[in-house]
Design a protein around this ligand. Structure first.
Ligand code: NAD
Ligand code: ZN
Ligand code: ZN
Length: 385
């Protein structure tokens, strides 16, 4: 089959590789009909993770089941399913509690002592190949496959966002403990930040501020119903306080991660965490879904090399704020978010700028990585004729 393979920093190509096989009786194989490029792929693409060469990337996967392991009960050949980017077993102590981003069965214990969780085509998340390919092996298929309704052909580009960014955006608002009628400041108008804004709107936020420096992404934030704030327009905290009666937003979401940069493009890893402490009111909560890594040897910043940032702990403590972090437990939300799409209450495909064949993935990586104007979200159709 054809697959998008990582060969080193900024080197990816579409190669011919062996087809995946059923390895355990609980697996299925799916034929990908849609798979996305994610901001998380860019950390790997840029060589800013320890992802191994030869890895097939791609963790935002939707497709048709073509082969079914003998112990799979509910998933049938021909089913159209979307997969959480995390791979869970469904029966470990964490999965039992809905923490499927931290599965103990599927984790690779060699990565880091105490580290849990697994994902397709991801650095440090187990040996699983990704879905930017024609076919994908899905472990524990009964647990991981989310069945899609008959309108899947019409709404496939919405449903594919259930694999990651829609639940992840939603997760940021839950970590932030957003309540109806409250205000939220979202840092980052990438796909995740935009999905956080859509999630906040659906949950009845009274004010949604989205902060970024990219005009095209801010225009989408506005379309979703948020107030866009351009980082080039000066002091963000002051602007938020002015719009919220002087106290700051009720809560905040970090949707950028360790590669956040200043307006000149220089990476400043503590910039956004400290900006959120400033812009969120005293006692407010901050949900951090942007990725931070345990070490980042490729950074120019001495602390960041060791996975650390200079955090405004004093201000954070004095304001009595709380922070929640981590990978989204996609299964905790994807069924209900699917039904919001099905009932016409959510339309995450609004952010898609490009729908391309797999052969164009290497070029798409270049544009998306440059944050080129108009490249807001790329989806791939690996088996399109
Ligand atoms: N926790 C999870 O489960 C999970 C899931 C998916 C993605 N992620 C992570 O979420 C983050 C965002 O993903 P994405 O796909 O939206 O990525 P993206 O890179 O497309 O978007 C990031 C946005 O942040 C903006 N930005 C950078 N520095 C900024 C600053 N100082 N102030 C304001 N805006 C700034 C960029 O212009 C860009 O639009 C990434 O770190 C990704 O790895 C986490
Ligand atoms: Zn993703
Ligand atoms: Zn598990």
């Amino acid at each position: 089959m054809k697959a998008l393979v990582y060969h080193g920093p900024k080197k990816v190509s579409v190669d011919t590789v062996p087809d995946p096989k059923i390895e355990k009786l609980t697996d299925v194989i799916i034929k990908l009909t849609t798979t996305n490029i994610c901001g998380s792929d860019l950390h790997m693409y840029e060589g800013r993770t320890d992802v191994e060469k030869g890895k097939i990337l791609g963790h935002e996967n939707l497709g048709e089941v073509v082969e079914v392991g003998k112990a799979v009960d509910t998933v049938k050949k021909g089913d159209k399913v979307v997969l959480p980017f995390n791979i869970g077993c469904g029966f470990c102590a964490n999965c039992e509690h809905g923490l499927t981003g931290y599965c103990l069965t599927c984790a690779d214990p060699k990565v880091m002592p105490g580290m849990a969780g697994a994902a397709y085509g991801f650095a440090g998340m187990g040996p699983y190949q990704g879905g930017q390919a024609q076919y994908l092996r899905v472990p524990y298929a009964d647990f991981n496959c989310l069945q899609l309704p008959p309108d899947v052909d019409e709404k496939e580009n919405d449903y594919v966002m259930l694999s990651d960014i829609f639940p992840t955006g939603w997760h940021s608002t839950r970590l932030a403990n957003l309540e109806a009628g409250q205000s939220i400041v979202i840092y980052g108008a990438g796909p995740v930040g935009l999905m956080a804004a859509m999630s906040a709107r659906i949950q009845g936020a009274a004010q949604i501020f989205v902060v970024d420096g990219q005009e095209d992404r801010l225009a989408l934030a506005k379309q979703i119903g948020a107030t866009p704030i351009n980082t080039k327009d000066g002091e963000i905290g002051d602007q938020i306080r002015e719009a919220t009666g002087g106290w700051g937003a009720d809560c905040g979401a970090e949707c950028i991660g360790y590669q956040c940069h200043n307006s000149k493009g220089k990476e400043v890893p503590n910039l956004v965490m400290n900006a959120l402490v400033d812009a969120v009111k005293a006692t407010g909560q901050i949900g951090v879904v942007g990725v931070f890594v345990p070490q980042d040897p490729g950074s120019d910043d001495k602390l960041a090399q060791k996975g650390q940032i200079a955090f405004d702990m004093g201000k954070f403590w004095f304001k009595g704020q709380k922070v929640g972090t981590g990978q989204c437990n996609v299964k905790a939300y994807n069924r209900r978010l699917r039904d919001l799409i099905h009932q016409g209450k959510a339309n995450p495909s609004i952010i898609i700028s490009h729908s391309l064949p797999l052969s164009e993935a290497p070029d798409a990586y270049k544009h998306f990585d440059n944050r080129d104007h108009g490249w807001t979200k790329v989806i791939l159709k690996p088996n399109a004729a």
